[in-house]
Write a protein that binds this ligand. Sequence first.
Ligand code: ADE
Length: 226
Amino acid sequence: MFAATVLTLFPAMFPGPVGQSLAGEALARGLWSLDARDIRDHGLGRHRAVDDTPAGGGPGMVMRADVLAASLDAVVSPEDPRPRLMMSPRGRPFTQAQARQWALGPGLVILCPRFEGVDERVIEARTLIEVSIGDYVLSGGEIAALVVLDACVRLIPGVMGKEESGADESFENGLLEYPHYTRPREWEGRAIPDVLLSGDHAKIAAWRRAEAERITHERRPDLTER
Ligand code: ADE
């Protein structure tokens, strides 16, 4: 079973959106599990401090290696086969291919940093894989962790229905998805493309392929080049 452990200063943010809809039903059915732990349980002193001023000076605060290691070590044994992620805008980009791989594995341990950064030594010593969900900066790793969990959980076998099994989805074939239509046949003067009503399945498939290529080329030339 896919077991997720999340280390955060805001455990109340979990399961949040992944406790709803498809992912939430799968959670309730036991197809995956989620354990959100409070990093502050391992904080130091009367104030349960988890951060300190940066060596070398400068603004902001840095999360302490000893505190983060203690919170990791309390939930992951050395034999735990799960990848240990750290959400970070400087991580390697998260992709659909990565989601598919992780979804079929034993689960994930996800560290969600806050503040300016994390002491580099804990990233090295606990071999954390830094993962980014895109080129923008969030106020912490929690929303990024929820994005990764959502993308993975829907791909766990048995979570999604057959009709939405995902083979046709954006990114699965290197293309963005073709446009969709449903009734009414005409709406605000706009008609459904004739080919989709022709009943000619080969023609429909060719049209969808061409549209997917056109949209990908227009919006994501970087995908076309790959
Ligand atoms: N934490 C802050 N910004 C992030 C991003 N873009 N991806 C992953 N984690 C983050």
